[in-house]
Design a protein around this ligand. Structure first.
Ligand code: DLZ
Length: 207
């Protein structure tokens, strides 16, 4: 165990997981995009720090957090890699892991379908901020339950990168963009990147 004297929050693992053999998908919502961008950047930074190759990081987007479960499910069911520059939004959120064989339409330029290279982990990133109606509660509840179900049903770790914030400031602080007196805050996207490598490594080792 670590000797960190932490009460709240994530205690660092003693093991430095090696992500060099892993393939990881990030699916993010586009609602509250400036916060999302910071979270995605944090996750990507930690994936790379742990050795995940840029060519093995695939990023997709969907409109809102409610769309995350279906997209994650489709990403796990299919697979594709990009042959050009990496770590970009490949398909504009329109064709999750599909390709000519599944959709009947050609894959966009620069995308090669690789049906035999499954993802070792998927990170679902969204930012839900409470409004005046019950919308927030329904989406938080259904999305978290659906993401859990996907990982249990498929055996592929789905990292819960969905901020469920009561205020704008809560969300900003958790993306390292805080504007209050307590500073910018910690970017939780970094934790999600590390969690993906740790969980992906376990699943890889356990077979
Ligand atoms: C409609 C909506 C609202 C009000 N708020 C958010 C939000 O804070 N964060 C988010 O990711 N998505 C939001 N959405 C969009 C829904 O997630 C979804 O995209 C739409 O209801 C269409 O299914």
């Amino acid at each position: 165990m670590s000797t960190d004297n932490t009460i709240k929050g994530l205690v660092k693992s003693d093991i430095e997981y090696d992500g060099s053999a892993l393939r990881v998908a990030i699916v993010h919502a586009r609602w509250n995009k400036s916060i999302i961008d910071s979270l995605v950047a944090g996750a990507v930074a930690k994936l790379k720090e742990r050795g995940v190759k840029e060519s093995n990081i695939v990023i997709e987007s969907v409109p809102g957090s409610f769309e995350l479960p279906l997209a994650c499910s489709r990403m796990i069911a299919g697979s594709h890699i990009q042959t050009g520059s990496n770590v970009t939004d490949l398909l504009g959120g329109l064709n999750f892991g599909g390709g000519p064989s599944r959709t009947g339409t050609p894959a966009p330029a620069g995308v090669v379908t690789m049906p035999n290279q499954p993802f070792d982990a998927v990170i679902a990133i969204g930012v839900l901020i409470k409004g005046a109606t019950m919308h927030f509660e329904y989406i938080c509840d259904s999305v978290s339950q659906a993401l859990m179900k996907i990982q249990l049903d498929t055996g592929v770790p789905v990292i819960f990168g969905v901020l469920t914030a009561l205020t704008d400031d809560q969300a900003l602080e958790r993306a390292g963009l805080g504007r209050g007196p307590s500073g910018k805050g910690h970017n939780h996207g970094e934790d999600w990147g590390l969690a993906a490598v740790e969980m992906g490594s376990h699943v890889l080792l356990m077979g």
